[in-house]
Design a protein around this ligand. Structure first.
Ligand code: PLP
Length: 400
């Protein structure tokens, strides 16, 4: 009989969004006439830019012609044309990341989880709380010691390093899911200095970088000096270009990132990551990589920018309503997420039930993202503009 990985038995029984779906489905079954507005799951709703779809079609056509057909991609790291395009994208906001340090993936969620393979299980992992659940779950699946850095109202939901705490791996997400807060250059400098002092590695998730507008907030951790010696960065086209159903992202493991093995020898993390991917991953489909490369063309960036502006306008509508109602919140500025304090000291799930039952609006209870999320609630700006306006009008009818 096989032994199972019993760490799985210690996880939360269900992924947060499954719990939400269950509640919403039960409500719908009892109230089939209810017109529910979903502002919970962070999925995009606008179609992919036309030039990106055209590039995907062209890639698909090439697969049907003997001379241009493609089988396995040799490196599994992604076609060079796409890695170069990503490198050029970094350059467009002043960051130098060579194509050779970039590997293409089928979305950042997979790499956020897969990266655990290249680190030993005795590491202590520091995760900011609240957090995207994948970081906590995937480390607990391999039995690692997970500790938390509190992001809360006091620090503007931007946890900062504590010199009295030791750790080996640090997960940072900026702009943050769920809180919408974003680290400034100076704050990231502190994290980099802390990582260097602790010989720790930062795993930096920049999935929402395209939403940044503040000049003092970097689009990449590599915009900050010294980051290449301590940080791995993961990004995704899901929110940048509407790729949640296409599946494409990229991970950067800089060649400068070197750690010591137990025998004292120096090891490049990029080599371990390449070895891991070589054994377990055969790359992203060619038509999707063609589409991804089109995102980074002048026309692609222009068209995808229009979608981001649409979502940012929704965030503004939500923010203005919360201002009017005197409800505290973070996010919405450099992020599609608005993280609000539940009025009247309500708990997160209590507020969830209230919105679902009284105004048929679905959001995400902050408590599902960690202990500091209790009493807070996430709304997303990824919906339709008119429905967002309608949801905010309904919110105004509630008395808190
Ligand atoms: N990282 C964060 C912080 C996210 O919120 C998400 C998706 O919601 C992802 C990564 C995963 O994105 P992908 O669709 O590329 O797997």
């Amino acid at each position: 009989m096989p032994q199972i990985n019993e760490n799985f038995l210690k996880l939360e029984k269900n992924y947060l969004f499954i719990n939400i779906a269950k509640k919403v489905n039960a409500y719908k079954a009892a109230h089939p006439e209810a017109d529910i507005i979903r502002m919970g799951i962070g999925d995009v709703t606008l179609p992919i830019a036309k030039c990106v779809v055209e590039a995907m079609k062209k890639g698909a056509d090439e697969m049907g012609v003997k001379e241009t057909f493609k089988g396995y991609e040799d490196s599994g790291a992604g076609y060079y044309f796409l890695r170069e395009a990503v490198s050029g994208y970094y350059k467009s906001f002043g960051v130098d990341v060579p194509a050779g340090d970039i590997r293409i993936n089928d979305g950042a969620k997979a790499d956020c989880g897969n990266i655990v393979d290249i680190f030993g299980n005795d590491n202590t992992v520091l995760i900011t709380d609240p957090a995207y659940p994948v970081y906590v779950d995937t480390n607990r699946m391999c039995g690692r010691n997970v500790i938390f850095a509190d992001s809360n109202e006091k620090n503007g939901f931007a946890a900062m390093p504590d010199d009295s705490v030791n750790c080996d791996l640090i997960y940072l997400c900026s702009p943050n899911n769920p809180t919408g807060s974003a680290y400034t250059y100076d704050q990231l400098k502190e994290w980099i200095a802390y990582a260097k002092k602790n010989n720790a590695v930062i795993i930096y998730d920049s999935a929402y970088e395209a939403f940044i507008t503040d000049e003092n907030v970097p689009r990449s951790i590599y915009a900050v000096e010294g980051a290449k010696e301590v940080a791995i960065e993961m990004c995704s086209l899901s929110k940048t270009a509407g790729f949640t159903g296409m599946r494409c992202g990229y991970t950067v493991v800089p060649s400068e990132l070197v750690v010591k093995a137990s025998d004292g020898s120096e090891v490049k993390l990029a080599d371990l990551w390449g070895r891991r991917q070589g054994s377990k991953f055969n790359g992203v489909s060619y038509p999707v990589q063609c589409a991804a490369a089109a995102v980074f063309t002048e026309e692609g960036l222009k068209q995808t920018r229009e979608n981001i502006e649409y979502y940012k306008n929704n965030a503004k509508i939500i923010g203005e309503t919360l201002d009017e109602l005197g409800i505290k919140y973070t996010g919405g500025k450099n992020s599609p997420y608005i993280w609000l304090k539940c009025p009247g000291n309500m708990g997160s799930w209590e507020f969830f039930d209230l919105l679902l039952e009284k105004i048929n609006v679905v959001g995400t209870p902050g408590a599902g993202f960690g202990k500091n999320g209790e009493g807070w609630f996430r709304l997303t700006a990824f919906g339709d503009k008119d429905r967002t306006i309608e949801a905010m009008q309904r919110l105004k009818t509630l008395k808190f």
